[in-house]
Write a protein that binds this ligand. Structure first.
Ligand SMILES: Nc1ncnc2c1ncn2[C@@H]1O[C@H](COP(=O)(O)OP(=O)(O)OP(=O)(O)O)[C@@H](O)[C@H]1O
Ligand SMILES: Nc1ccn([C@@H]2O[C@H](COP(=O)(O)O)[C@@H](O)[C@H]2O)c(=O)n1
Length: 216
């Protein structure tokens, strides 16, 4: 069984997915980390981030591996762990350019679909494109200002600069970020992190809540 949690940038997808996954006793998958890792490798190799052939050739010679641990996802490039470098402002700025490339999206999708279920998958298009047959789908929103205030604890920039960058990234990601028609949309603005997690758990089918998570 797969649960998808999509949403706009910094809406709480990874924090919420981690909490839901722990409650269900399954791993969660943070799809954005693969786009971020591809961007980091492209920046480090000084590649043109608009060039799918250059990026894909580099990804083939420098293979990435997503490790979907219950306590948080990690990304490896052979023996090097990239995880701590993936949430820098320079990766934030470049990642949407990379994510718009269909060839890169196909590369990410193939990696995600190869992972064994059950799991909670978070991103932008988990419920629409990657796992359209998921057993339950959610979509998180919050105003840009609230998201920027939350993110200010994690970035060196001030709230107005973070808010402007989030609005810009929302716009660049707009095409792949539409909610699935059958997703439950949750405005996380008035909710605590635990409040969002509990809201989702309460709406899951009973067979999932009781921990009887089937593998397909
Ligand atoms: N409902 C909430 N109330 C307060 N803080 C929250 C809430 N949800 C998430 N946060 C905080 O907001 C920040 C962003 O959350 P998180 O990183 O999970 O978002 P995200 O959607 O995965 O971000 P990104 O799209 O950039 O990967 C974190 O500091 C997280 O603790
Ligand atoms: N399913 C997805 C997931 C992510 N992206 C792109 O990656 C960027 C970073 O993702 P975060 O979840 O870490 O914010 C995001 O801004 C998108 O450009 C995507 O396209 N599809």
């Amino acid at each position: 069984m797969i649960v998808t949690i999509d949403g706009v940038a910094a809406s709480g997808k990874s924090s919420v997915s981690g909490g839901v996954a722990r409650a269900l006793g399954v791993p969660f998958i943070s799809s954005g980390l693969l786009y971020r890792a591809a961007t980091l490798l492209g920046l480090e190799a000084r590649l043109d981030l608009h060039s799918a052939p250059a990026l894909l050739a580099h990804l083939h010679t420098h293979p990435l591996r997503l490790e979907p641990l219950a306590q948080g996802n990690r990304v490896w490039q052979e023996g090097r762990e990239l995880t701590d470098e993936l949430h820098s402002s320079r990766v934030d700025r470049g990642v949407s350019v990379v994510a718009v490339l269909p060839e890169v999206r196909a590369w990410v999708d193939a990696q995600l679909r190869a992972l064994p279920s059950p799991f909670v998958a978070e991103g932008r298009d988990m419920g629409t494109n990657v796992f359209p047959h998921a057993g339950a789908k959610f979509y998180l929103t919050a105003s840009p200002h609230i998201r920027a205030q939350r993110r200010a604890h994690e970035r060196p920039e001030d709230v107005p600069a973070i808010e402007a960058a989030l609005i810009h990234r929302d716009e660049l990601d707009r095409v792949q970020s539409a909610p699935a028609a059958d997703a439950v949309v949750i405005d996380t603005g008035p909710l605590t992190l635990n409040g969002v997690i509990q809201t989702i758990l309460a709406q899951l089918p009973e067979r999932l809540r009781s921990g009887q998570v089937p593998s397909a």
